[in-house]
Each structure stands twice: as structure tokens, then as C-alpha cells.
Design a binder for this molecule. Sequence first.
Ligand code: ADP
Length: 199
Amino acid sequence: MVKSQNITWHDSEVTKKERQEKNGHKSVVLWFTGLSGSGKSTISVALEKALFERGVRSYRLDGDNIRHGLNNNLGFSPEDRKENIRRIGEVSKLLADAGLITLTAFISPYREDRDHVREILEDGEFVEVYTKASVAACEERDPKQLYKKARAGEIKNFTGIDAPYEAPEHPEIIVDTEENSVEEAVEQIIRYLEDQKVI
Ligand code: ADP
């Protein structure tokens, strides 16, 4: 719901395009989506480092980190998940305007919520990266022991167990983390960015 009134948009004298030119690359949002344990954090951390070493200005927004601060008043109900993603989407849009390559690592289970972020960004700016792995594989990894807790009923509304995950239908990139290593995933995404002339 929109509550703000009497507000005016102030344009900067520096444009997004000028920022991009100075940075030597375009700004996109690499939106990682996938089950818990599918590799979003691991791959986005490795990719951020690789991009940084190439001189690309990038910034990573991570699920748990954002929930510590900006979104610490949100839980895991469908409404709160929606608001969580809406806010991340708006922050990503600001970072894109700042000329950065943003990497976001959120389960973001609902297709509609991800599509909303795609809509508020410019054409080609939203790059959906699906970290694909089965529930069984993620549960086997269980890096944060969350599946164990969900199976024991200690966590409710856990994606893949008792809450849905809607896989992307047309993601720009699919990273199969059961088949490919973290390094291969990073290479695959960098190749995509080069092919698209983002970097
Ligand atoms: P998410 O952020 O999606 O919840 P994490 O990155 O926190 O997932 O956890 C993924 C786990 O799977 C880590 O423990 C990581 O070491 C492991 N893993 C095994 N193979 C891969 C792979 N190919 N890509 C990414 N992570 C992998």
C-alpha cells in the first residue's frame, strides 16, 4: 500500500549512463534464486570476489544479512516474504542506478515476486540466476542444519518442505549445482556477462 504523499522526485546531475561509463561496465542485478542450500550464497560470494578482482564494481545483498537489519521486522509468512523481496528489489534498483552490479542471494520462492522486481528494472537489467538442486541434494548438504530442524517441526513454512518453491520458467542462467562446481558456476556467469557485453 502506498502511504507517502506530497513527495517529489529529485533528479541527480549525474546519470546512470555516466556512472556506467566511468565504471567501464553496465549495471545489472544478478538475482540468485533457489532452495536453501542450493548454493546461492556460496556462488555469489565467489562471483563477487572474481568480479572485484577484475575491477568490476559490485555489491552483494544476502538473505540473512538483510534480515539482520533492513528487514528485521519481517518473518516468513507469504506476505512477509513478498515484502522482503519487494524491499530488496527496490534496493537493487537503487544500486543499479548507482552503476553497480548487484548480486542478490534470496530463496525468493514466488515467481510473481521475482517478476515484480524484473518489472521495476530496465530491460536486460534483471538477470535471473537459478541455482538448481533437488530438495534431496540440498537436504543432504544442509549447511545450516535447517532441513533437519524443518523435518523435526522446529521451523515452519520451510521452502521445499512445507512451503512452496516456484522454479523460474525462463531464467537467464541456470546453474546446476549438482553437476557443476562453484568455480564452474562462476565461470558460466562471467561468460554470460561478457557475452551480453555487461562487463
Ligand atoms: P543457499 O545460499 O542457497 O542457502 P549455501 O551457499 O548457503 O546455499 O549452501 C550451499 C552448500 O552446498 C554449501 O555448503 C556449499 O559448500 C555446498 N555445495 C556443494 N556443491 C556446491 C556447488 N556446486 N555450488 C554451490 N554450493 C555447493
